[in-house]
Design a protein around this ligand. Structure first.
Ligand code: NAP
Length: 272
Protein backbone atom coordinates (compact mmCIF):
# COMPACT_ATOMS: atom_id res chain seq x y z
CA UNK A 1 0.00 0.00 0.00
CA UNK A 2 1.26 3.48 -0.87
CA UNK A 3 2.55 5.38 2.18
CA UNK A 4 1.96 9.09 2.51
CA UNK A 5 4.45 11.69 3.77
CA UNK A 6 3.72 15.39 3.82
CA UNK A 7 5.01 18.82 4.66
CA UNK A 8 2.84 20.89 7.02
CA UNK A 9 3.16 24.67 7.11
CA UNK A 10 1.37 27.95 6.69
CA UNK A 11 1.83 28.99 3.97
CA UNK A 12 3.08 25.84 2.27
CA UNK A 13 2.22 26.47 -1.37
CA UNK A 14 5.76 27.51 -2.38
CA UNK A 15 7.57 24.77 -0.49
CA UNK A 16 10.21 22.91 -2.50
CA UNK A 17 9.77 19.88 -0.22
CA UNK A 18 7.26 17.98 -2.42
CA UNK A 19 9.57 18.13 -5.44
CA UNK A 20 12.66 17.16 -3.44
CA UNK A 21 11.05 14.32 -1.48
CA UNK A 22 9.10 12.85 -4.39
CA UNK A 23 12.35 12.74 -6.40
CA UNK A 24 13.98 10.93 -3.47
CA UNK A 25 11.16 8.39 -3.13
CA UNK A 26 11.17 7.75 -6.88
CA UNK A 27 14.95 7.31 -6.96
CA UNK A 28 14.78 4.93 -3.98
CA UNK A 29 12.10 2.90 -5.78
CA UNK A 30 9.74 2.94 -2.78
CA UNK A 31 5.95 3.23 -2.91
CA UNK A 32 5.71 6.53 -1.04
CA UNK A 33 4.00 9.71 -2.13
CA UNK A 34 4.53 13.21 -0.74
CA UNK A 35 2.00 16.03 -0.36
CA UNK A 36 1.90 19.63 0.88
CA UNK A 37 -0.74 20.21 3.57
CA UNK A 38 -1.75 23.72 4.59
CA UNK A 39 -2.21 23.67 8.38
CA UNK A 40 -3.47 26.84 10.05
CA UNK A 41 -1.31 28.44 12.75
CA UNK A 42 -2.27 26.94 16.11
CA UNK A 43 -3.40 23.61 14.61
CA UNK A 44 -0.18 21.60 14.76
CA UNK A 45 -1.48 19.22 17.46
CA UNK A 46 -4.53 18.42 15.29
CA UNK A 47 -2.18 17.69 12.38
CA UNK A 48 -0.33 15.16 14.55
CA UNK A 49 -3.67 13.59 15.56
CA UNK A 50 -4.46 13.27 11.87
CA UNK A 51 -1.06 11.66 11.32
CA UNK A 52 -1.93 9.05 13.97
CA UNK A 53 -5.46 8.47 12.63
CA UNK A 54 -4.53 8.31 8.96
CA UNK A 55 -1.26 6.43 9.46
CA UNK A 56 0.77 9.07 7.62
CA UNK A 57 4.31 7.72 7.37
CA UNK A 58 6.25 10.92 8.03
CA UNK A 59 5.94 14.68 8.28
CA UNK A 60 8.22 17.56 7.41
CA UNK A 61 7.37 20.53 9.61
CA UNK A 62 7.84 24.16 8.58
CA UNK A 63 6.96 27.49 10.15
CA UNK A 64 4.97 28.29 12.19
CA UNK A 65 4.58 24.79 13.61
CA UNK A 66 8.09 23.73 14.63
CA UNK A 67 7.78 24.58 18.33
CA UNK A 68 4.18 23.38 18.72
CA UNK A 69 5.10 20.03 17.17
CA UNK A 70 7.99 19.74 19.65
CA UNK A 71 5.36 19.97 22.40
CA UNK A 72 3.00 17.45 20.75
CA UNK A 73 5.24 14.48 19.85
CA UNK A 74 6.02 11.61 22.27
CA UNK A 75 9.79 11.86 22.04
CA UNK A 76 12.48 14.28 20.78
CA UNK A 77 15.92 13.62 19.33
CA UNK A 78 18.81 15.52 21.01
CA UNK A 79 18.88 18.40 18.50
CA UNK A 80 15.09 18.86 18.59
CA UNK A 81 15.20 18.78 22.37
CA UNK A 82 17.98 21.40 22.56
CA UNK A 83 16.28 23.68 20.04
CA UNK A 84 12.71 22.96 21.16
CA UNK A 85 11.97 22.78 17.46
CA UNK A 86 10.99 19.88 15.17
CA UNK A 87 11.27 19.70 11.39
CA UNK A 88 10.67 15.94 11.06
CA UNK A 89 8.14 13.55 12.56
CA UNK A 90 8.56 9.80 12.29
CA UNK A 91 7.28 6.64 13.96
CA UNK A 92 9.01 4.49 16.56
CA UNK A 93 6.47 1.71 17.02
CA UNK A 94 3.32 3.58 18.02
CA UNK A 95 5.22 6.63 19.31
CA UNK A 96 5.77 9.83 17.33
CA UNK A 97 9.36 11.04 17.32
CA UNK A 98 10.33 14.65 16.58
CA UNK A 99 13.73 15.33 15.05
CA UNK A 100 15.57 18.39 13.82
CA UNK A 101 17.64 17.79 10.70
CA UNK A 102 18.22 21.38 9.53
CA UNK A 103 21.55 21.94 11.29
CA UNK A 104 22.91 18.49 10.46
CA UNK A 105 21.81 19.11 6.87
CA UNK A 106 23.91 22.26 6.83
CA UNK A 107 26.96 20.40 8.16
CA UNK A 108 26.37 17.68 5.52
CA UNK A 109 26.21 20.31 2.77
CA UNK A 110 29.58 21.68 3.91
CA UNK A 111 31.00 18.14 3.94
CA UNK A 112 29.72 17.59 0.40
CA UNK A 113 31.79 20.64 -0.61
CA UNK A 114 34.82 19.19 1.16
CA UNK A 115 34.55 21.53 4.16
CA UNK A 116 34.98 19.90 7.59
CA UNK A 117 33.79 21.77 10.65
CA UNK A 118 35.82 19.84 13.21
CA UNK A 119 38.09 22.35 15.00
CA UNK A 120 36.83 25.17 12.79
CA UNK A 121 36.19 28.73 13.89
CA UNK A 122 32.81 29.80 12.57
CA UNK A 123 31.03 33.16 12.45
CA UNK A 124 27.25 32.82 12.20
CA UNK A 125 25.36 35.96 11.19
CA UNK A 126 21.76 35.65 12.39
CA UNK A 127 20.03 34.22 15.44
CA UNK A 128 16.63 33.02 14.18
CA UNK A 129 15.43 29.44 13.88
CA UNK A 130 17.83 28.51 11.06
CA UNK A 131 20.85 30.08 12.80
CA UNK A 132 20.01 28.25 16.03
CA UNK A 133 19.89 24.87 14.28
CA UNK A 134 23.20 25.60 12.55
CA UNK A 135 24.91 26.67 15.81
CA UNK A 136 23.69 23.53 17.58
CA UNK A 137 24.88 21.24 14.76
CA UNK A 138 28.24 22.98 14.32
CA UNK A 139 28.94 22.49 18.02
CA UNK A 140 27.86 18.81 17.90
CA UNK A 141 30.19 18.33 14.90
CA UNK A 142 33.26 19.66 16.68
CA UNK A 143 33.56 23.35 15.75
CA UNK A 144 35.75 24.86 18.46
CA UNK A 145 34.68 28.49 18.27
CA UNK A 146 31.33 29.88 17.11
CA UNK A 147 30.64 33.61 17.22
CA UNK A 148 27.07 34.75 16.73
CA UNK A 149 26.29 38.17 15.26
CA UNK A 150 22.78 39.48 14.99
CA UNK A 151 20.92 42.75 14.49
CA UNK A 152 19.06 42.12 17.77
CA UNK A 153 21.71 41.52 20.43
CA UNK A 154 19.61 39.60 22.97
CA UNK A 155 18.67 37.02 20.31
CA UNK A 156 22.40 36.54 19.58
CA UNK A 157 22.96 35.90 23.28
CA UNK A 158 20.11 33.37 23.44
CA UNK A 159 21.38 31.55 20.33
CA UNK A 160 24.95 31.47 21.63
CA UNK A 161 23.69 29.92 24.88
CA UNK A 162 22.88 26.76 22.87
CA UNK A 163 26.52 25.63 22.87
CA UNK A 164 29.45 26.04 25.26
CA UNK A 165 31.78 26.89 22.33
CA UNK A 166 29.47 29.69 21.09
CA UNK A 167 29.43 33.31 22.19
CA UNK A 168 27.94 36.57 20.96
CA UNK A 169 30.46 38.24 18.68
CA UNK A 170 31.50 41.56 17.24
CA UNK A 171 31.81 42.32 13.56
CA UNK A 172 35.62 41.94 13.44
CA UNK A 173 35.16 38.27 14.47
CA UNK A 174 34.12 37.66 10.87
CA UNK A 175 37.69 38.27 9.71
CA UNK A 176 39.21 35.60 12.00
CA UNK A 177 36.66 32.87 11.16
CA UNK A 178 37.41 29.89 8.91
CA UNK A 179 33.75 29.66 7.89
CA UNK A 180 31.30 32.58 7.69
CA UNK A 181 27.59 31.78 7.47
CA UNK A 182 24.76 34.08 6.49
CA UNK A 183 21.86 32.64 8.49
CA UNK A 184 19.74 35.78 8.22
CA UNK A 185 17.00 36.26 5.66
CA UNK A 186 18.96 39.18 4.17
CA UNK A 187 19.37 38.67 0.41
CA UNK A 188 16.19 36.65 -0.10
CA UNK A 189 14.20 37.23 -3.27
CA UNK A 190 14.65 40.79 -4.51
CA UNK A 191 16.44 42.02 -1.38
CA UNK A 192 19.73 43.59 -2.49
CA UNK A 193 21.11 44.12 1.04
CA UNK A 194 24.16 42.23 2.36
CA UNK A 195 24.38 40.63 5.82
CA UNK A 196 27.69 42.41 6.53
CA UNK A 197 30.43 44.42 4.81
CA UNK A 198 32.00 41.91 2.36
CA UNK A 199 35.38 43.64 2.72
CA UNK A 200 35.64 41.79 6.06
CA UNK A 201 35.99 38.52 4.09
CA UNK A 202 39.33 36.86 3.19
CA UNK A 203 40.21 34.53 0.28
CA UNK A 204 41.05 31.65 2.69
CA UNK A 205 37.53 31.54 4.05
CA UNK A 206 34.52 29.40 3.24
CA UNK A 207 31.43 31.59 2.96
CA UNK A 208 28.01 29.94 3.16
CA UNK A 209 24.55 31.33 2.62
CA UNK A 210 21.39 29.65 3.92
CA UNK A 211 19.33 31.70 1.46
CA UNK A 212 18.67 29.63 -1.68
CA UNK A 213 16.33 31.90 -3.61
CA UNK A 214 18.14 33.31 -5.52
CA UNK A 215 20.56 30.39 -5.73
CA UNK A 216 23.58 32.65 -6.11
CA UNK A 217 22.98 35.52 -3.70
CA UNK A 218 24.69 38.92 -3.85
CA UNK A 219 26.49 37.87 -0.65
CA UNK A 220 27.95 34.79 -2.35
CA UNK A 221 28.92 36.82 -5.42
CA UNK A 222 30.64 39.39 -3.18
CA UNK A 223 32.49 36.59 -1.34
CA UNK A 224 33.58 34.98 -4.60
CA UNK A 225 34.81 38.34 -5.89
CA UNK A 226 37.10 38.46 -2.82
CA UNK A 227 38.45 34.97 -3.55
CA UNK A 228 36.48 33.04 -0.91
CA UNK A 229 34.97 29.61 -1.53
CA UNK A 230 31.17 29.61 -1.36
CA UNK A 231 28.51 27.07 -0.40
CA UNK A 232 24.91 27.75 -1.43
CA UNK A 233 21.76 27.29 0.67
CA UNK A 234 20.25 24.62 -1.56
CA UNK A 235 22.76 22.09 -0.21
CA UNK A 236 21.33 22.49 3.29
CA UNK A 237 17.78 22.18 1.99
CA UNK A 238 18.60 18.97 0.11
CA UNK A 239 20.64 17.40 2.91
CA UNK A 240 18.14 18.15 5.68
CA UNK A 241 15.58 16.40 3.44
CA UNK A 242 18.00 13.50 2.83
CA UNK A 243 18.30 13.06 6.60
CA UNK A 244 14.49 13.02 6.83
CA UNK A 245 14.43 10.29 4.17
CA UNK A 246 16.97 8.31 6.19
CA UNK A 247 14.75 8.59 9.29
CA UNK A 248 11.57 7.54 7.44
CA UNK A 249 13.00 4.80 5.20
CA UNK A 250 15.76 3.43 7.43
CA UNK A 251 19.50 3.01 7.14
CA UNK A 252 19.39 0.66 4.14
CA UNK A 253 17.53 3.09 1.85
CA UNK A 254 19.27 4.52 -1.18
CA UNK A 255 19.20 8.32 -0.83
CA UNK A 256 19.93 10.02 -4.14
CA UNK A 257 20.87 13.60 -3.24
CA UNK A 258 21.79 14.38 -6.86
CA UNK A 259 18.20 13.66 -7.98
CA UNK A 260 16.90 15.66 -5.03
CA UNK A 261 19.02 18.69 -5.93
CA UNK A 262 18.01 18.43 -9.61
CA UNK A 263 14.34 18.40 -8.60
CA UNK A 264 14.87 21.41 -6.33
CA UNK A 265 16.59 23.32 -9.14
CA UNK A 266 13.73 22.51 -11.51
CA UNK A 267 11.15 23.67 -8.95
CA UNK A 268 13.12 26.87 -8.32
CA UNK A 269 13.34 27.56 -12.07
CA UNK A 270 9.57 27.10 -12.38
CA UNK A 271 9.12 29.71 -9.62
CA UNK A 272 11.26 32.39 -11.31
P1 NAP B 1 13.88 33.90 11.29
O1 NAP B 1 13.74 32.97 12.44
O2 NAP B 1 12.79 34.85 10.95
O3 NAP B 1 15.22 34.78 11.55
C1 NAP B 1 15.58 35.80 10.67
C2 NAP B 1 16.99 36.27 11.00
O4 NAP B 1 17.36 37.25 10.01
C3 NAP B 1 17.12 36.96 12.35
O5 NAP B 1 18.42 36.74 12.85
C4 NAP B 1 16.91 38.44 11.98
O6 NAP B 1 17.49 39.33 12.88
C5 NAP B 1 17.68 38.48 10.68
N1 NAP B 1 17.25 39.58 9.82
C6 NAP B 1 16.07 39.69 9.13
N2 NAP B 1 16.06 40.84 8.44
C7 NAP B 1 17.23 41.48 8.71
C8 NAP B 1 17.81 42.70 8.27
N3 NAP B 1 17.16 43.51 7.43
N4 NAP B 1 19.03 43.04 8.72
C9 NAP B 1 19.70 42.22 9.57
N5 NAP B 1 19.22 41.04 10.01
C10 NAP B 1 17.99 40.67 9.58
O7 NAP B 1 14.19 33.12 9.96
P2 NAP B 1 14.95 31.71 9.80
O8 NAP B 1 13.96 30.62 9.81
O9 NAP B 1 16.07 31.68 10.78
O10 NAP B 1 15.50 31.81 8.31
C11 NAP B 1 16.59 32.64 7.99
C12 NAP B 1 16.97 32.40 6.53
O11 NAP B 1 17.44 31.07 6.36
C13 NAP B 1 15.79 32.56 5.55
O12 NAP B 1 16.29 33.18 4.39
C14 NAP B 1 15.38 31.14 5.25
O13 NAP B 1 14.80 30.99 3.96
C15 NAP B 1 16.73 30.45 5.29
N6 NAP B 1 16.63 29.03 5.59
C16 NAP B 1 17.22 28.19 4.74
C17 NAP B 1 17.20 26.84 4.98
C18 NAP B 1 17.90 25.91 4.03
O14 NAP B 1 17.64 24.70 4.09
N7 NAP B 1 18.78 26.42 3.18
C19 NAP B 1 16.53 26.34 6.11
C20 NAP B 1 15.91 27.25 6.98
C21 NAP B 1 15.96 28.60 6.69
P3 NAP B 1 16.66 39.84 14.17
O15 NAP B 1 16.77 38.75 15.19
O16 NAP B 1 17.35 41.08 14.55
O17 NAP B 1 15.24 40.06 13.71
Amino acid sequence: MTRLAAVIGSPVAHSLSPAIHQAAFDAAGVDWTYAALEVAPGSAAEALSAMRTLGIGGLSVTMPHKEAVADAVDQLDPAAWALHSVNTVSWDGDRLVGSSTDGAGFVASLAESGVLVEEAKVAVIGAGGAARSVIDALARSGATDITVLNRTADRAEAAAALAPVASPGIVSDITRADIVVNATSVGMGDDVALPCDPDLLRPEQVVADLVYHPLETRWMAAAEARGARTVDGLGMLVHQAALQQRIWLGDDAVIDTASMRAAALQALAARA
